[in-house]
Design a binder for this molecule. Structure first.
Ligand code: PMV
Length: 315
């Protein structure tokens, strides 16, 4: 569009309560199953995008230029390849994460969702949230869930072109819901989710059980959300995360993200629950643990986990 020189976009990070693990199409990031997440309010990414003269893309993260061979810059450039009006049309990408990098929340989902919004703004496409979810998904599967706040359900869809594979907001507010990040290790993970889930689909003997399990868990989670039943929400989220980690462990060669500290945190959650505290956890493809609890229990949770970083998703 004449006169338009830059585009901006923002998006929240999200954490899945019923997980996505496995694709039916590697290129389009089409998942085998649906999934359902909670967005993390103000924690997320902001992206500013400008066409530049080149000779390459320039990618900045939190005001620092990134080497073009860094993982983030390579993924951003590969994603932008899908949208260049002509080959050799370069962009400057200024990305800012409001997810503290050490908080253990994935920033790739919010990063690609914010980049999709920035492209839409730059080119004046005026895309719907559903269309933006489809575009963000091409960068990272879980980015499909980062276009909305609150609870978000990503539909697996069945069309080969993925046009029915997008995420939408679940109509529910839950102001007392809290997510707590326990950062146990911030080293780079041994295997990324793209490679890990591919390996699980190909080699995990009981991957075939997973779609049925997810369908049941999605139904339970949606009922828990509709009825504001926190114990039911916590129970299904924790069980689903453990089932995903069991799939990972049964992959060949095995994928185990948990460290001794992860197992200790899980046991501490179970001990707290034995004593009557309403506390559950979830975990993604890494060793860090995310706690799920109600605002009324925040002091008790902080007493047990002094290093916890608390997020209020509906604040
Ligand atoms: O979107 P990806 O490729 O980063 O995969 C995300 C996978 C999990 O975080 C483990 C689960 C999920 O649903 O977010």
């Amino acid at each position: 569009m004449p006169g338009v020189t830059h585009g901006v976009g923002r998006a929240p990070a999200n954490i899945a309560l019923v997980k996505y693990w496995g694709k039916r199409d590697e290129e389009l990031n089409l998942p085998v199953t649906g999934s359902l997440s909670i967005s993390l309010g103000r924690l997320g990414s902001a992206v500013e995008l400008k066409p530049t003269g080149g000779p390459t893309d320039a990618v900045w993260l939190n005001s620092a230029p990134l080497p073009l061979n860094s993982a983030f810059a390579k993924r951003a450039s590969a994603y932008l390849d899908l949208f260049r009006p002509t080959p050799g049309h370069w962009y400057e990408v200024q990305a800012r994460n409001t997810v503290p990098t050490a908080a253990g929340f994935a920033s790739s989902a919010s990063g690609f969702a914010a980049l999709a919004r920035a492209l839409d703004d730059l080119y004046g496409w005026g895309l719907s949230t559903r269309e933006l979810s489809i575009l963000a998904r091409l960068g990272s599967g879980s980015a499909a869930r980062s276009l909305e706040h609150g609870f978000v359900e990503w539909q697996a869809g069945s069309e080969p072109d993925g046009m029915d594979c997008f995420a939408e907001r679940v109509a529910a507010e839950w102001p007392a819901l809290r997510v707590g990040a326990l950062v146990l290790c911030s080293d780079e993970k041994p295997i990324g989710s793209r490679e890990g889930m591919k390996r699980s689909v190909e080699t995990c003997g009981f991957y075939r059980e997973w779609p049925g399990r997810v369908a049941e868990d999605l139904a339970l989670l949606k009922r828990a959300i509709a009825e504001k039943d926190f114990a039911a929400l916590g129970a299904v989220a924790e069980a689903n995360a453990l089932a995903m980690h069991a799939l990972m462990a049964a992959t060949r060669p095995p994928i185990v993200y948990a460290l001794p500290e992860t197992v200790a945190a899980m046991r501490a959650v179970w001990a707290a629950r034995e004593e009557g505290l309403g506390l559950w956890f979830t975990m993604d493809a890494g060793p860090n643990v995310k706690l799920l609890f109600d605002a009324q229990d925040e002091a008790a949770v902080r007493a047990r986990f002094p290093a916890v970083q608390v997020v209020a998703p509906f604040a």
